[in-house]
Design a protein around this ligand. Structure first.
Ligand SMILES: C[S@@+](CC[C@H](N)C(=O)[O-])C[C@H]1O[C@@H](n2cnc3c(N)ncnc32)[C@H](O)[C@@H]1O
Length: 231
């Protein structure tokens, strides 16, 4: 499948993830050398959920961020994604996940109804990032956390040189062999190219009524973790 990665048309993004869903976890762990597990674990460590609280894992995909969150044994987490096939993989992995098929840009929750939210490697794919951030802000209670894990627009320095080579040359090749979809793994670097840089993201978070509690780079800057608080 090929489409205009700059526009990130929701229907195309959904179809692409559905197509790679059977191999998503395998390739995710392979490409990140299992670092993705550590990134989600650290990111989930930002929450101290209490009994009775409800959290949202946006763009849950195969559910790994929510599964990490559930290790805290307190609070409930709702997993939302628009790809039915990704959710099917999540369901097979853990039967006790509360899954909803839905669009992150149009969340099926009341204003100020949830106690926190998280998203792993999802916002980069949003057709309209501002709309998505405003939507999360709308459904969160005041002072609650929104934790974002994502690839940055650009990895600087020497690690950036190696990372770009890996991201743009090695991954599409291996992705083609295992997922039968080279484009999906060429889309990954393209989607970061058309993503906002740190400064633009900070401005956007502020415009969407979030305070930035922390903005950390992980593993030679190849991912960032932003912890936001709804004002
Ligand atoms: C790269 S995967 C990330 C999955 C998971 N969060 C993780 O940490 O591995 C991105 C997921 O976001 C979903 N997605 C992208 N845009 C979305 C939207 N607007 N609404 C709901 N899901 C979306 C895709 O279907 C896909 O499952």
């Amino acid at each position: 499948m090929r489409f205009d990665a700059e526009k990130k048309d929701s229907k195309n993004v959904m179809e692409m993830f559905s197509k790679i869903s059977p191999r998503y976890d395998f390739l995710n762990h392979l490409f990140s050398l299992n670092f993705d597990k550590l990134w989600r674990k650290k990111a989930a460590g930002n929450f101290t959920p209490q009994d009775g609280e409800i959290y949202l894992d946006l763009c849950t995909g195969t559910g790994d961020f929510a599964i990490e969150f559930k290790k805290k044994k307190k609070g409930e987490v709702i997993c939302l994604d628009f790809s039915f096939d990704m959710l099917k993989v999540a369901k097979k992995k853990r039967d006790d996940l509360f899954l909803i098929r839905g669009d992150a840009l149009l969340l099926p929750f009341k204003d100020e109804s949830l106690d926190g939210a998280m998203v792993g490697f999802g916002i980069r794919n949003f057709e309209d990032l501002k709309k998505g951030l405003l939507e999360v802000n709308r459904i969160l209670k005041k002072k609650s956390k929104f934790v974002i894990l994502e690839f940055p627009k650009k990895v600087e320095g020497i690690s950036g040189f190696f990372f770009n080579f890996y991201f743009k040359r090695i991954m599409p090749l291996v992705g083609r062999v295992f997922s039968k979809d080279e484009f999906a793994y060429r889309y990954l670097p393209l989607s970061t190219e058309y993503f906002k840089n740190e400064e633009e993201l900070r401005t956007l978070f502020d415009e969407c009524n979030f305070e930035i509690l922390s903005f950390k780079k992980r593993t030679s800057q190849i991912v960032f973790e932003a912890v936001l608080i709804k004002r």
